[in-house]
Design a protein around this ligand. Sequence first.
Ligand code: UVW
Length: 346
Amino acid sequence: MITKNTHPRWEKRPQGSNWGEFGPDDQLGRVNLLQAEQVLKGVKEVTAGRTFCLSLPLNLPGGNALNPRRYPPRLAPTQLKKDHYINFPLATHHPGLLDVISDDEVVLSLQYSSQWDSLAHVGALFDADNDGHAERCYYNGYQAESDIQRLDSPDAHSCASHAARLGIENMAVHGMQGRGVLVDLTRVFGHKRTIIGYTELMHALSELDVSIEVGDMLVLRTGFAEAILQMDGFPDIEQLKQTGAVLDGSDEMLLQWISDSGISAICADNYAVENADRALAPTDCCKLPLHHHCLFKLGLPLAELWYLKPLADWLHANHRSRFLLTAPPLRLPGAIGSPVTPIATV
Ligand code: UVW
């Protein structure tokens, strides 16, 4: 049962976090900034009536080399007793019927391809109740033990997980619609792997003449998803590691800019948004510092592996960077991530 809190569920919040600022029970973080005004700003950008699908085919990248935990979707027929319902003639059981039924199901790693990360995706060990012991917690102080429930079992078939708070359904119900602003990093840095810190991002914004306002969803094209599409289901991981820009989550000035800019989400066409391949230094406290800053401290969702080339080319040809972005995840209660088929309308 979800109870409403009038007090924060933490005694101490992480430095630089916004916990509590959207209320003690908030589960949306920066997504709260996507209100009517932001939708209207996005709608104002619709002048041509053209739409772009910003999703890769969800069976790409192919294989599990990009993230060994995540596999391509496996489609299968639904089944009743011994019958498999693909091209299934109902006459099998009721002679004379003409109906032929196909009906399927899927086993899907929810963050395999074009996706959203919910705020339940990355938390941290943090002493939120200030008792001298770090606990596993997530945005706004939600605790792993009581709020993100897991039913663990060595048997993979009966092992279940369910995020009782911060699950992806919160974003789905809110709508995930507003103004998207594209920063086409390929036009400034090319398609090779480039690490983007504050200085590089500011340089790109000025070169591309892009300005970003509070509530905007920042959309970054790096060329990574295009490379995946070209590899056609057989990703060359070594080549991908050299492809496309990635944000430098260890750059404090970049993190501060994300805090100060008021953006409501970061959506990228690459894997992880940030440089997930960097070698860890002994002083590093997070493998994914940008995830830590955005998901854990700010409640700012990240999207990955979006396909942005056709939109980017159109915007460039029309001297624009802004568009209406509609990108609801699946309303799948308790899920941590979700595939998404975002639509840009220009
Ligand atoms: C990881 O586990 C690296 O997650 P993400 O897909 O959010 O980068």
